[in-house]
Design a protein around this ligand. Structure first.
Ligand code: NAP
Length: 249
């Protein structure tokens, strides 16, 4: 029970990796607050996690992140563990990238995450821990992934800087970078039907040294490790959870 009496805020906690992490934090004693956009899945997530609180909040809307942090403070007074996980995909080759797609992906995956950190960190005291979800997209070049990769690579570098800035406050900040994980994200690509998703999965599996996709709870375990005192001497790192894809391919 590594998170007994810890107040945990999971941004993007109603689906996939974030939901698995929120459930795992609660299973180890954490008092979980979670956000997302979809009220139905927020309600389902809260129902699956005893004692949790859910908020509908768009991370691209900075005022909305401010409201979530104030709401957590009103209930529990502080944040001990912050997991910034909200993210959207978006595939397009160079010639197909539109300004609105670029702004949307960067508004959520980069700008929104940075300002959510800025708002939440004021509610964190000494000894707090932050984990941010990056992506192997920031570590390797995949055709069609330019917009998403740029956002996640920008996020990774910004987080290194903030990890350094937070050292005097004894707050640790680390990233996890998942490889291909079987979550609803894959099914959210506009213009991709079930057959396209199946082909994409087969293509990814063929390239992964472990010859399978990862599961959300395998990423959640890495998140909980980095957020826990087990990682007390670790900050500013980016842990790949990718079946060896980046290091062994
Ligand atoms: P997912 O099931 O689609 O979950 C994405 C989460 O982000 C959901 O909770 C979603 O909430 C939330 N979210 C998206 N846009 C948001 C916004 N504007 N404001 C607030 N919340 C928002 O996908 P996932 O695979 O678990 O993704 C989690 C993270 O892992 C993302 O950062 C993603 O980039 C990263 N990642 C995933 C993979 C993979 O293969 N699955 C690989 C590398 C990195 P709603 O459902 O309410 O929209």
């Amino acid at each position: 029970m590594r998170f007994t009496d810890k107040v945990v805020l999971v941004l993007g906690g109603n689906s996939g990796i974030g939901l698995a992490a929120a459930q795992a934090f609660a299973a180890e004693g954490g008092k979980v607050h979670l956000t997302g956009r979809n009220q139905k899945t927020i309600d389902a997530a809260v129902a699956s996690i005893p004692g949790s609180v859910g908020y509908a909040a768009d991370i691209a809307d900075i005022a909305s992140s401010e409201r979530v942090v104030s709401a957590v403070e009103a209930v529990d007074g502080r944040i001990d563990v912050l997991f910034i996980n909200a993210g959207v995909g978006g595939f397009a080759p160079l010639e197909g990238i539109t300004e609105s797609d670029w702004d949307h992906v960067h508004g959520v995956n980069l700008k929104g995450c940075v300002f959510a950190l800025q708002k939440a960190v004021r509610a964190m005291g000494e000894g707090g821990a932050i984990v941010v979800t990056g992506s192997i997209g920031a570590h390797g070049a995949l055709e069609g992934n330019g917009t998403y990769a740029a956002a996640k690579a920008g996020l990774a570098m910004a987080m290194k800087v903030f990890a350094k800035e937070l050292l005097p406050r004894s707050i640790r900040l680390n990233m996890v970078s998942p490889g291909p994980i079987d979550t609803p994200l894959l099914h959210r690509n506009p213009g991709m039907g079930p057959d396209d998703v199946a082909r994409l999965k087969d293509m990814m599996i063929a390239n992964i040294p472990m010859h399978r996709m990862g599961e959300s709870d395998e990423v959640a375990k890495a998140v909980l490790f980095l957020a826990s005192d087990d990682a007390s001497f670790i900050t500013g790192t980016d842990l790949l959870v990718d079946g060896g894809l980046i290091e062994l391919s």
